[in-house]
Design a protein. Structure first.
Length: 571
């Protein structure tokens, strides 16, 4: 426990949890993956930047996924904490589980019960910004919307930097100043007395439940050199006050409160009837404090920090919200893909930061081809409540975990890997099975007596393996190996999905990746530059590495090889 925490923990538990526990779910989740090692050097394949296979489709009558109750049997780490889990692939729920701790029962399913979700709110705030693209651009300076801010200090602080925690702003302004903590002894840290500092202590926004700062007081604090943003875009620094500024920007362009803007742009269009910034009061429909032991739970309005962590929601609502991101209901597919990108890297090779997202790239998720899997998470937590939301676009997975009780953070931290590992393994297995059914096989045609064929299989490697390829009687694989001066026994050709938008149009575009299996390990896997070896050869304008499948409802019926101007029918 840090020294400062130890000194003042007993004086003001509410404040300390606000300061130190708000994002501990993410930190716990990171620790779970901290021992993972990069596996790309151990692979014989250089993977492309696209998914290895299309995401699986789940039919309601063939779920096949479950986690044994024994996985949840050991409740010693959360004896007084209730939690709920819900996961989906596509728009179909494939797993849900809930546990009510003694004394925290409600008269309905926890999946439909309100929890405070803390910083999960940040994803809603950023989505509201992105849905306001005609009024706010990520490249805009925050001074465009809050002109009272010091231009000299904040001109280079952009909306995108605030959203990705790279603005250089600290965590809060006035929240957490030790000078306002009852019973805190400055001498215990060798600090001068408050009076001798010559500084003034703000009495607003000391912690949720205190007097809420006015807009003028917030801006005055940000213009105080003690709170200035430092070196924007130099690296990630988690900032809650940055999201308060995003809320002010939304208010400036929509001429209404941030809370109402999020209601209008997200909550109402998605029908999230139990998601709100208003604290519920009905103990039968929300997990609320029940005893003196729960007295420190946060219930008050978060005020200026509502855009950062003020929402209440249910597992059912949160899953609908996450599914809407994957299905592009509120943003177009290109806009969503731009959002699901890293903005800055963190010291671990398995972590990155996006615009609201905290991105994990674990490599031990028990998939057939070990590799980093991108998991876009947004955790949140305040004392008594914890949540973690995640989407995994490669598999069309959405996951939400919410908890309430004395060990909410510990519960969510332990549950996250417990669910993610089997969930991803199941989706990976299902994607491979469906690819084998829908795409694998031999495609043939004969033109003027010359045979052309392409044989695809799902084997132990990534994507679809091309095991045989002849065009107009010419063995293409052998010829390509010769051209690239690769021994044929070391030559590999595999197909990967290349254009997710094409699947909806009925013309499924894939690309061929050529590889050699006798590579030597190099610095930073420099021999693996598959993204730089796409669309290298064309013939009379058409690419040689691109094929287009034509599918019916169940499987591919033919494949067109664009460079050869030949369509092969599935045998």
């Amino acid at each position: 426990m840090p020294l400062i925490t130890a000194l003042i923990f007993s004086a003001l538990p509410v404040l300390i949890y606000w300061l130190y526990n708000t994002e501990t779910i993410y930190l716990h989740a990171i620790s779970v993956f901290s021992t993972l090692l990069s596996t790309s050097a151990g692979l014989n394949y250089c993977l492309t930047s696209s998914p290895l296979l299309p995401p699986p489709k789940v039919l309601s009558d063939s779920l096949g996924f479950d986690i044994s109750e024994s996985a949840f049997a050991n409740q010693v780490w959360l004896p007084d904490t209730s939690y709920a889990i819900k996961a989906s692939i596509g728009d179909l729920t494939i797993f849900e589980h809930e546990y009510s701790a003694p004394g925290r029962e409600v008269v309905q399913s926890l999946l439909d019960t309100s929890f405070r979700v803390g910083s999960v709110t940040k994803t809603f705030t950023v989505l509201a910004i992105l849905r306001s693209a005609d009024k706010i651009k990520l490249s805009d300076s925050i001074t465009k919307f809050i002109p009272e801010l010091s231009k000299e200090t904040y001109e280079d602080v952009t909306i995108g930097a605030l959203a990705s925690h790279t603005s250089g702003l600290g965590r809060y302004i006035y929240v957490g100043d030790l000078a306002v903590v009852p019973g805190f002894n400055p001498a215990a840290l060798g600090l001068p007395s408050v009076d001798s500092t010559g500084g003034k202590v703000s009495t607003c926004d000391p912690f949720p439940g205190g007097r809420i700062c006015t807009r003028e007081e917030v801006i005055a604090g940000l213009n105080n050199p003690a709170y200035h943003a430092r070196s924007p875009d130099s690296g990630p620094l988690y900032s809650n006050i940055g999201y308060a500024l995003l809320g002010m920007a939304l208010e400036a362009v929509h001429h209404k409160s941030t809370e109402q803007t999020i209601q209008d742009l997200i909550i109402d269009p998605l029908g999230l009837g139990k998601t709100s910034f208003s604290a519920p009061s009905n103990k039968s429909t929300a997990l609320l404090p029940r005893s003196k032991a729960d007295a420190g739970w946060f219930l008050p309005n978060f005020g200026n920090y509502n855009p950062s962590g003020g929402l209440w929601s249910t597992p059912n609502d949160l899953l609908v919200f996450l599914q809407s991101i994957l299905s592009h209901k509120l943003l177009s597919a290109p806009e969503t893909r731009r959002w699901l990108q890293p903005r800055a890297f963190l010291p671990s090779v398995h972590q990155a930061v996006g615009e609201s997202w905290e991105i994990l790239r674990p490599t031990d998720l028990h998939v057939k081809t070990p590799r980093p899997i991108d998991i876009f998470t947004k955790p949140g937590g305040v004392k008594g409540y914890a949540a973690n939301t995640a989407i995994i676009p490669e598999y069309d997975i959405a996951l939400t975990i919410t908890a309430a009780g004395g060990q909410a953070n510990d519960a969510v931290s332990a549950l996250f890997p417990l669910i993610v590992r089997p969930l991803v393994a199941y989706a990976d297995k299902l994607a491979r099975e469906q690819a084998a059914t829908q795409y694998a096989g031999t495609y043939k045609t004969s033109i003027a007596g010359a045979q052309s064929s392409l044989t695809l299989v799902v084997d132990g490697g990534p994507g679809l393996s091309i095991t045989d390829w002849a065009m107009n009687g010419v063995p293409v694989l052998q010829s390509l190996a010769t051209v690239q001066k690769i021994p044929f026994e070391s030559f590999s050709a595999r197909l990967y999905p290349a254009d997710p938008d094409s699947r909806d149009a009925g013309k499924d575009v894939w690309r061929v990746s050529f590889d050699r299996m006798d590579k030597k390990q190099d610095l930073a896997d420099l021999q693996c530059i598959g993204w730089n070896q796409i669309d290298v050869f064309r013939y009379v304008s058409e690419p040689l590495d691109t094929v287009v499948f034509s599918k019916d409802e169940h499987e591919a019926r033919s494949v067109e090889l664009l460079g050869w101007r030949i369509a092969l029918k599935k045998a």
